[in-house]
Design a protein around this ligand. Structure first.
Ligand code: PGA
Length: 250
């Protein structure tokens, strides 16, 4: 399976800065075809970055999406609008959205379904907090998040979904999961996917690790068992670091 590396720029970058960063990444990537690379700039920069990436294999993602196609939802953006801006992917259920903007497993499920209806590939984020990990609840939390998000999906829907394991305690903290911790959580996710969608499809689903991935730890995370790619926040804002992270897969 082809690995996937996603750069989540969060709320960083004017249009000008975003285009400059996208250009640098594009330049550094020339010729690398063994890894899929996706950039998730802020909404305001999607249009300009799209122009920069035109004709390349790099793809765009929205960082969030609403579940309705249109309507009185001030400040929200629909899957159809993201498609129009050239997005192929959308991050769904990021822990910052869950924690700071009150997203629930139920709204995450609706967003996932909306993406699939519009032809966007959702990158579904799951992961436990430090309290949950310390209480030995990691497996329970992850399986609950998956079960609710994926409820009622047809068997082939999973072919259009990427999963990201992002332990909340590792995001933006500088404290990444060890390769063993990542592998164990990914194996839990894979087991759950097998139960829901069958072995073959589950084995073809990409499960990314995210949380304090840096140029100096990406190598061991990239080759950890069950890890099929990385979701990178802070380190994706520096082209050199991001390219070095991608380099572990190509
Ligand atoms: P980080 O963020 O790499 O800055 O920890 C990861 C993420 O939020 O996806």
């Amino acid at each position: 399976m082809k690995p996937l590396v996603v750069g989540n720029w969060k709320m960083h970058g004017t249009q000008h800065e975003a285009v400059a960063l996208a250009r640098e990444v594009l330049k550094g990537l020339r010729g690398r075809r063994r890894v899929d690379v996706v950039l998730a700039p802020p909404f305001t920069a999607l249009g300009p970055v799209r122009k920069t990436l035109r004709g390349s294999a790099l793809r765009l993602a929205g960082q969030n999406v609403h579940w309705e196609e249109q309507g009185a939802f001030t400040g929200e953006i629909s899957a159809k609008m993201l498609r129009e801006l050239g997005c192929h992917f959308a991050i769904v259920g990021h822990s910052e959205r869950r924690r700071l903007f009150n997203e629930t497993d139920q709204t995450v499920a609706k967003k996932l379904a909306a993406c699939l209806r519009s032809g966007l590939r959702p990158i579904l984020c799951v992961g436990e907090t430090l309290e949950q990990r310390n209480a030995g609840a990691t497996r329970r939390v992850i399986t609950r998040q998956l079960r609710i998000a994926l409820k009622g999906m047809t068997k082939d829907a999973i072919e259009k979904i990427e999963i990201a394991y992002e332990p909340v305690w590792a995001i933006g903290t500088g404290r990444n999961a060890t390769p063993e911790q990542a592998s164990r959580a990914h194996a839990t996710i894979r087991r759950m996917l097998k139960k829901l969608f069958g072995t073959k499809r589950a084995e073809q689903t990409r499960i990314l690790y995210g949380g304090s991935v840096r140029a100096d730890n990406a190598g061991e995370l990239a080759c950890a068992r069950e890890v099929n790619g990385l979701l990178v926040g802070g380190a994706s804002l520096k082209a050199k670091d991001f390219l070095s992270i991608i380099g572990n897969f190509s």
